[in-house]
Design a protein around this ligand. Sequence first.
Ligand SMILES: NC(=O)C1=CN([C@@H]2O[C@H](COP(=O)(O)OP(=O)(O)OC[C@H]3O[C@@H](n4cnc5c(N)ncnc54)[C@H](O)[C@@H]3O)[C@@H](O)[C@H]2O)C=CC1
Ligand SMILES: O=C(O)C(=O)COP(=O)(O)O
Length: 529
Amino acid sequence: MSKKTIVVCDHIHQSGLDILANDNDIELINAADEPKDKLITEIIPLADVAITRSSTDVDDAFLANAKKVTAVVRAGVGVDNVDIPGCSKQGIVVMNVPTANTIAAVELTMTHMLSCVRTFPYAHNNLKLDRIWRRQDWYGTELKDKKLGIIGFGNIGSRVGKRAKAFEMEVITYDPYIDSSKATDVDVKYTKNFDDILACDIITIHTPKTEETIGMIGAEEIAKMKDGVILINCARGGLYDEDALVEGLKSGKIAMAGIDVFNKEPATDHPLLDLDNVTVTPHLGANTKESQRNIAVQAAENAIAAVKGIAYPNALNLPIKENELPEYVRPYLELIQKIGHISAQVTKSAIKSIKVTAKGEIAEYVESLGTFATVGVLTESLSDQVNYVNAEFVAKERGIEIIKDTKPNTSGFTNKIEVKLTTQNSTITIGGTVFDGTAQRIVEIDEYILDVEPKGTMVFFRNTDTPGVIGDVGRIMASHNLNISDFRLGRDKKQQALAVVKVDGQVTKAILDELSSLKACISVSHASL
Ligand SMILES: NC(=O)C1=CN([C@@H]2O[C@H](COP(=O)(O)OP(=O)(O)OC[C@H]3O[C@@H](n4cnc5c(N)ncnc54)[C@H](O)[C@@H]3O)[C@@H](O)[C@H]2O)C=CC1
Ligand SMILES: O=C(O)C(=O)COP(=O)(O)O
């Protein structure tokens, strides 16, 4: 078997490179020092998995060249430079390494805050570069008793809050997506009113970069702030509108800004760099040895797991988070995929819609059930071109409607799942359940009640319920040397019956033709798993 290739696109700590280099199953290409155009056009086409940081955009150009890529591991938190829908469309799993650099970013935030209040770099340069000893020029202010507003109280924001409390600051946070107790438990005020943040002495932002957070602080917000406010951004460039920030700093409305991140990086020619009241760093939030070592190790291990198809830790675009999945759910997901696959084989015509219905406790997982059913259905026509990441995109592109529904459970089973497949010519509904936590069963096909383990080769024979049919079916199969391993029968109220006949060999066209020529036959089809 040829080795899989992992391409490292940006600089990561040696500890991660060592892990990759020492894995005999893997070909490592360390392309961190390669020009970006060469990386994209010549190296990415070789990659099975790519490890990136914020210096490599996973954009149209990347994706166009990522012919073999199955996963992108972002060795850090922010994925704003990764086109996640684009990756999903191509079936690429996107994973990040979420908490390994938290402390590094927290401490850089405190560094900027302290540097701003004490104009530290300016005093430093004045002495070191200009050799001027003028203590009277460098009066700072204290953090103690100042009010700090934190926008975004996640991994980094909450820890900045704790450290600010240690500096005896009054801390208030705005984060509509957390429970207020996360803040109040650590003696931080929680507000839903953004103006409370704008009224602070110092404001720091720690949100992801999303449509909602881009330009969250603009000219209007700055106008509402205290004169002499200090703004810190160690999250993402553009969360503070950069033009408004420059204007506010020029006018003195904003006394100081501590900036680690820029809208466009590298930023070596940015108007902020011309000002005398900013402290700047070149996106160093994650740059501590501890953090980079942790991230590189985790990114390398995760990339190896992904390239070998073992696991996708911290996947951002998979329908399920494996580690959060209760044990009882997995067999239902497997079952619905099988049901989807059977439905597509039995109907064999252009699919219009896939409707998934979940009844019982399992209804909570209807989204994932929908994805697994779609994979099952599309596998019939697309084989390995479809996976859990791109299934719904592929279906949409083919004009297939996916409907996910939950219903109160009146089925008599603890949980019941159903796939209703509508094609141009017909409709089939197959229902299933799991017994004793592991035994996957089809319990219903259209109006027929059955008990069938979805496995092997199955013939579905629908007939008028007249004597002798079972014998005829058995005779035809025997005449073709086809051994029957199981025979399940369901009847409806219209004098019709459905047999699911499991056989040990191949179902040929000749067998199907003979079965359909039987007088009692209404329809015959087959499926294999
Ligand atoms: N400068 C650097 O090198 C580094 C920057 N970062 C960036 O720092 C930011 C925060 O990272 P983490 O704390 O690890 O992420 P996180 O996901 O733990 O926290 C983000 C918080 O922002 C909140 N949030 C989202 N939208 C919001 C909105 N509209 N208003 C208020 N709050 C909102 C979320 O509810 C969440 O609590 C990210 O942008 C990340 O990319 C992270 C590490 C290093
Ligand atoms: O993890 C993040 O979000 C960061 O901003 C760190 O980015 P980097 O890996 O240093 O390019």
